[in-house]
Design a protein around this ligand. Structure first.
Ligand code: 5AD
Ligand code: SF4
Length: 433
């Protein structure tokens, strides 16, 4: 039988979809296909911003006709949106043709839910308040070779006032270091070349008393030709020890994703981020002192309640001062149940739109400048994919720079050294050395 999975959101969700594929395989759905031919369609949803939800609802709604034509088709919906308070009821009411709704804490039950659904006409809903076991025991069907994601923590305890993640992903739980190391060893043995350690806040990892820098040290000490990356880091938990471990191992990517969210101390405090602009910049200075060429990327939000023009301006100046090589930029989106959604002084959409345009422009200019400086340099990229439309192989280097080159044979999974001849936005074009 055939399956189709539609994934929204972050790396965590992309990896979870690999686990969903593993479960579907165990249920007899062993061939991936488009929606039209599928016997089961799974939506793995995101609720971090309203547009992520609207997008998912739009796509689920569009399946009504397909389901009518093909009543044997199963439609399941899981992920963060399914876990949101009241959403399962809403889905049952609005989209009665959805067969299964499952939350973020009970992925392991998906097989049982599919079996249950085969025996009933009703929508099967299964949600849990908290993750019971840290180890889910699911063997993922990995789709991102030569990269592999490895969860190290689940959930988040930070309660940034704008963010819904702690409500839908529960309290932070760390996997045992032995489990993580075993998984990474197996992946390296199997030929994966980049291992990304995943958590909402990897810096607060604490598995059987082991902290993140020690875990990272151990992961990077595993023998073999591979790179290690990690995300996401919270600036409040960033440490000298972490920088020391990064410096010690050339296997650890020379890039750090450190979400700043805002450049204004007043907004950072309202966001409950627990650091100041100065502390943030000091962390970057420390990183650059030890690893001068390390690239830093970030997440930035504009239009947080009560944000003034001047405070937004501080986010713009942060982009320069911190020297971000790129940034994910977002318009603040009120999420029901979070503190910020209740705050006075919500910013009108037209104001936020202007701010995001200015921010994107500022970030892009900096990205282009950095790219242009790469012309003439050499880059060692890990080849990730082939872009059939452009006719180029592409991959990223340890700094996160995207390199394109031509080759007449399959190069995916190889480390290739390129001499950069042209920069086009973030894309660097080169010739193999
Ligand atoms: N509105 C806009 N952006 C948000 N993020 C999280 N919650 C919201 C929200 N309510 C952004 C943050 C976070 C990234 C994953 O998504 O920048 O780092
Ligand atoms: Fe959300 Fe903050 Fe946790 Fe990140 S650290 S997931 S922004 S609450």
């Amino acid at each position: 039988m055939k399956y189709h999975i539609t994934t929204y959101g972050c790396q965590m969700n992309l990896h979870e979809s690999e686990k969903i594929a593993g479960i579907l395989n165990a249920c007899g759905y062993d061939e991936e296909c488009g929606e039209e031919e599928a016997d089961i369609i799974v939506f793995n949803t995101c609720c971090i911003r309203e547009n992520a939800e609207n997008h998912a609802f739009g796509n689920i709604g569009a399946l009504k006709k397909l389901k009518k034509r093909k009543p044997s088709l199963l439609i399941a919906m899981g992920g963060c949106m399914a876990q949101e308070a009241g959403k399962a009821e809403y889905i049952k009411r609005k989209f009665p043709f959805v067969d299964i709704v499952f939350g973020t804490h009970n992925l392991c039950e998906l097989q049982a839910l599919i079996e249950k659904k085969r025996a009933t006409k009703k929508t099967v809903v299964s949600l849990k308040e908290e993750r019971e076991m840290v180890e889910d025991g699911i063997t993922p069907v990995r789709k991102s070779y030569p990269n592999a994601w490895v969860n190290i923590t689940y959930g988040c305890n930070n309660f940034c006032t704008y963010c819904i993640v702690p409500y839908v992903r529960g309290r932070e739980k760390s996997r045992a270091p032995e489990e993580i190391l075993k998984e990474v060893e197996e992946l390296v043995q199997a030929g994966y070349k980049e291992i990304t350690l995943l958590g909402q806040n990897v810096n607060s990892y604490s598995g059987n008393g082991m902290r993140f820098p020690e875990l990272l040290d151990k992961v990077a000490s595993i023998g073999g030709n591979f790179r290690v990356a990690f995300m996401t880091s919270h600036p409040k938990d960033f440490s000298e020890e972490l920088v020391a471990v990064m410096k010690k191992h050339s296997k650890i990517c020379r890039r750090l994703h450190l979400p700043a969210q805002s450049g204004s101390d007043r907004i950072l405090s309202l966001m409950n981020r627990r650091y100041t602009r100065e502390k943030y910049l000091n962390e970057i200075a420390l990183l650059r002192r030890e690893i001068p060429d390390c690239e830093v990327t970030t997440d930035l939000i504009v239009g947080f309640p009560t944000e003034t023009e001047e405070e937004f301006g501080e986010t713009l100046t942060l982009v320069r001062e911190a020297g971000f090589s790129s940034a994910f930029t977002f318009v603040y989106s009120p999420r029901a149940g979070t503190k910020a959604a209740e705050m006075e002084g919500q910013i009108p959409e037209d104001v936020s739109k202007l701010r995001i345009m200015r921010l994107v422009e500022c970030v892009n200019r900096q990205t282009r400048e950095k790219s242009a400086r790469c012309v003439g340099q050499t880059l060692e990229i890990l080849v990730e994919d082939y872009d059939g439309k452009k006719g180029f192989y592409l991959g990223r280097d340890s700094y996160g720079r995207m390199g394109y080159f031509k080759s007449d044979r399959d190069r995916v999974g190889e480390f290739v050294t390129l001499k950069i001849t042209k920069a086009n936005g973030v894309s660097l074009f080169g010739e193999e050395q």
